[in-house]
Design a binder for this molecule. Structure first.
Ligand code: ATP
Ligand code: DP6
Length: 346
């Protein structure tokens, strides 16, 4: 590790988020081809410290994951810093020492790039204000910076429910940053639980960034854009009215559509594993039998996110332990829930 003393330092923790309407496909400079809606998590978080060091290596950075140098993560950060260099002069004036850790497996479809790039954007904004005390960086700007690092990160800069991408019906929505939806959320969705059923914590074979690229020239691209607009519009109504059934159908339709887009791209690929399907079947059968409000979604990976309102937690625990846990890798379930968003760590 570089041992020079830092001049400035900032530490931020940022959550991952779970999209119900999925961002899939890009245009322009890291803008989405369709709007997406997610909620920020509570326990699946990244904590990042950035230190500014004055030494002979100005304009460079070192990156450590859990205090160990991690070269394979450098490219994404390098692209991020290159893009922001003209807005944040200190990137060229200091050496940046970045140390980060995640509470969950990275690169396996639990949006580690979202929490990581959001945490990094908060550190950079904090340091920018330390270096230039007269300048205030808004949450909107932090969201647009985070978006440059990873699209889904734009939605991790707030707690609660968030919308990223232009939806004509919502004038304040934008392709450049996310907006928070918390004022219009029914209590049922303000306590939503996300039990992440780990089917595999291994690095996935195709990254989300590569998946987005495959939407260029995809035969179903136009249909997907239309579907995502409709689903976003509907989801906002369900969230406001507390319509669990509408929400549940939509969440599953979005997740399976995302994986269908992967299976029909060129080259085609699959990220679901046999136990992903086994878990989906278990969830559907239990819902049918019990009548309880449980649903699921998947991100770009094999892991299943089991969603339900907090009030049914006790009624599903035994079933989850007995029937779902044995299908998870090392019987791992990360029990998470909607969270309050990023926070500064002193
Ligand atoms: N703590 C971290 N600090 C910096 N970069 C990170 C960190 N954790 C993950 N990353 C970056 O994010 C990449 C993983 O992003 P990727 O989109 O492939 O998977 P994911 O975010 O876990 O899943 P999803 O497809 O749901 O977004 C890593 O290869 C690395 O570049
Ligand atoms: C399936 C998704 O999780 C895709 C996330 O894609 P990323 O934000 O990880 O991609 P990049 O912008 O290339 O970093 C759906 C979503 O979170 O909306």
């Amino acid at each position: 590790m570089n041992t020079s003393q830092p001049i400035y330092s900032a530490t931020w923790q940022s959550p991952s988020n779970l999209a119900i309407v999925k961002y899939w496909g890009k245009k322009g400079q890291q803008q989405p081809i369709n709007p997406s809606v997610s909620f920020s998590l509570s326990k699946a978080v990244t904590t990042t410290t950035v230190e500014l060091i004055l030494n002979d290596n100005r304009g460079t950075f070192s990156f450590y994951l859990n205090n160990e140098e991690k070269l394979s993560f450098r490219d994404k950060i390098q692209r991020f810093l290159n893009h922001l260099g003209h807005e944040i002069p200190f990137i060229q004036q200091y050496h940046l020492r970045i140390n980060s850790s995640n509470t969950f497996p990275h690169s396996s479809g639990i949006a580690s790039s979202a929490s990581a790039m959001s945490a990094l954007a908060f550190c950079l904004a904090d340091l920018h204000q330390q270096v230039n005390p007269e300048e205030k960086i808004s949450r909107q700007t932090i969201s647009s910076w985070a978006r440059i690092g990873s699209g889904s990160a734009a939605r991790s800069v707030f707690g609660g429910w968030n919308l990223w991408g232009k939806l004509p019906e919502i004038p304040e929505s934008s392709d450049f940053y996310a907006i928070q939806l918390t004022d219009k959320i029914h209590p049922l969705f303000q306590t939503i639980q996300d039990d992440i059923l780990i089917v595999s914590g291994k690095r996935k074979s195709i990254s989300s960034s590569a998946g987005h690229d495959l939407m260029h020239g995809h035969p179903y691209q136009q249909g997907r854009i239309k579907q995502a607009h409709n689903n976003t519009f509907l989801l906002l109504q369900y969230l406001e009215n507390g319509d669990w059934e509408g929400f549940s159908n939509l969440a599953e339709n979005e997740a399976l559509s995302l994986h269908a887009l992967m299976m029909s791209s060129n080259p085609a690929y699959t990220l679901m594993l046999p136990n992903s399907l086994a878990l989906i079947n278990k969830i559907k059968a239990f819902r049918q039998k019990s009548g309880l409000p449980v649903t699921f979604t998947l991100d770009a990976g094999p892991n299943i996110h089991l969603l339900y309102p907090r009030e049914v937690k006790n009624k599903i625990k035994t079933w989850e332990e007995e029937e779902l846990k044995p299908l998870c890798e090392n019987e791992t379930i990360i029990c998470d829930h909607i969270g309050e968003g990023p926070r500064k760590i002193n």
